[in-house]
Design a protein. Structure first.
Length: 326
C-alpha cells in the first residue's frame, strides 16, 4: 500500500480532507417539487426564480425544480418539508387549514372580489401572523403566497345562469370540506374525484360537470367533454411556496432575504402571466365550439354565504377584508 512520505504531501492531504466538508456546507440546495407540468406559467416563473436566487447568492444557494410529480404528490412533499428536508412545494390554502384553520379564507368562495384583493391581503400583517402560527405549529413556512393559478369557473353540459340550474348536476370537486360545501351551496351535487379521473368521468357520464381554472381546463382538454363554461369566478386559486423553516433558518440572513424576495418577485410574475393568459385560453376554447358565458355572480355569492358559518369562517373573512380596507 502506498503512503505519503513527504511533509508537503501530508499537508496537502490534510488540507483536502478539511476543505471537502466545508465545500459541501458552503452550498445549500432547495428542491422544489410540484404536480404541475413543466410548461405551466408557475413552472416558468419557478425556473426564473432559480436563476435569480443562484445569481444573487453567487451559487451558494442552489434551486432545483422538479415538475410533474417527480418528487411525489403535494402531501408527500409537504411531509418531507415538515420533517426538515430541503424540499418545497406549491400549496393552496385548504392544504394548510388542517393545521391553521385561518388559511381556508384564501379559498373561501367569494371571500375576495378580485385576485388583486387577494394578492394585497397576503402581504398584510394579518397574513404574516397566520404564517407565524404555521411555523410554530408545523415547522413549515411560506416564502410567498402570490403564485396564482387562476379563477375557478363552472364547466357543464348545459347552460347555467343561476344556482337553480345546477340542481341535480354532479360536479367534480376537490375532496376537502370547504370545496365540497362550496359546490353544494352553489346548487350542484359535489362529487370528489382525483383530477386525472375528471376527463373520463365527464366522457362516460359519471359526472355532469366540473370546476376549474383556465389553464387546467386547457391542459386537461376538458373543452372536449363539456359544452358550457360559466364564468362564476367563485374561487381565486392562489398558491403559496412552502418550505421547511429549519432549512430556511440554516441560511445566512442575507441569503434568506434573497430567497424570500425572489419567491415574491417570481410569484408576482406568475400571477401576471396567468391573468393575461386567461382571455387567450377562452378565445381558443370558444373556437372549438364551447360556449363561454359571463354570469351575474350575485345569486352564487348569496348562495355560498352559509358556508362561512358552517366552517367558522365568518369572522375570519371579515378580518381579511378589513385588513385590505374593505
Amino acid at each position: 500500500m502506498r503512503s505519503f512520505r513527504t511533509g508537503s504531501s501530508v499537508l496537502a492531504l490534510a488540507a483536502l480532507l478539511a476543505a471537502t466538508p466545508f465545500l459541501a456546507e458552503a452550498k445549500s440546495t432547495l428542491r422544489i417539487g410540484t404536480v404541475l407540468a413543466a410548461g405551466d406559467p408557475l413552472m416558468v416563473a419557478a425556473q426564473q426564480m432559480k436563476k435569480d436566487i443562484e445569481a444573487a447568492t453567487k451559487g451558494e444557494v442552489e434551486v432545483q425544480v422538479f415538475p410533474s410529480s417527480q418528487l411525489g404528490d403535494t402531501q408527500a412533499m409537504m411531509d418531507q418539508a415538515q420533517a426538515g428536508a430541503n424540499v418545497g412545494t406549491f400549496v393552496e390554502g385548504s392544504r394548510l387549514a388542517p393545521h391553521i384553520p385561518e388559511f381556508n379564507v384564501l379559498v373561501a368562495p367569494y371571500a375576495f372580489n378580485t385576485v388583486d384583493e387577494l394578492a394585497r391581503f397576503v402581504e398584510t400583517p394579518t397574513f404574516q401572523q397566520w404564517n407565524d402560527k404555521l411555523k410554530a405549529k408545523t415547522g413549515l413556512t411560506l416564502l410567498s403566497f402570490n403564485w396564482y393559478q387562476g379563477a375557478r369557473h363552472m364547466l357543464t353540459k348545459k347552460p347555467v345562469a343561476t344556482p337553480a340550474d345546477l340542481k341535480g348536476v354532479r360536479v367534480r370537486t376537490i375532496g376537502e370540506p370547504l370545496w365540497i360545501k362550496t359546490i353544494g351551496a352553489m346548487g350542484a351535487v359535489p362529487t370528489p374525484l382525483a383530477w386525472a379521473e375528471v376527463y373520463p368521468s365527464l366522457q362516460t357520464g359519471v359526472i355532469d360537470g366540473a370546476e376549474a381554472q383556465p389553464s387546467a381546463i386547457r391542459g386537461a382538454k376538458l373543452f372536449e367533454v363539456v359544452s358550457h363554461i360559466t364564468l362564476t369566478e367563485h374561487i381565486f386559486l392562489m398558491s403559496g411556496l412552502v418550505v421547511s423553516d429549519k432549512w430556511l433558518q440554516s441560511l445566512p440572513e442575507a441569503h434568506r432575504k434573497v430567497v424570500v424576495a425572489e419567491a415574491k418577485k417570481s410569484g408576482a410574475a406568475a400571477l401576471k402571466a396567468k391573468v393575461e393568459q386567461a382571455d387567450q385560453i377562452f378565445t381558443e376554447i370558444k373556437a372549438k365550439g364551447v360556449k363561454v358565458s359571463p354570469v351575474d355572480k350575485t345569486p352564487f355569492r348569496n348562495a355560498v354565504q352559509p358556508v362561512y358559518g358552517e366552517l367558522g369562517l365568518t369572522d375570519l373573512v371579515a378580518q381579511a377584508r378589513k385588513a385590505i380596507g374593505n
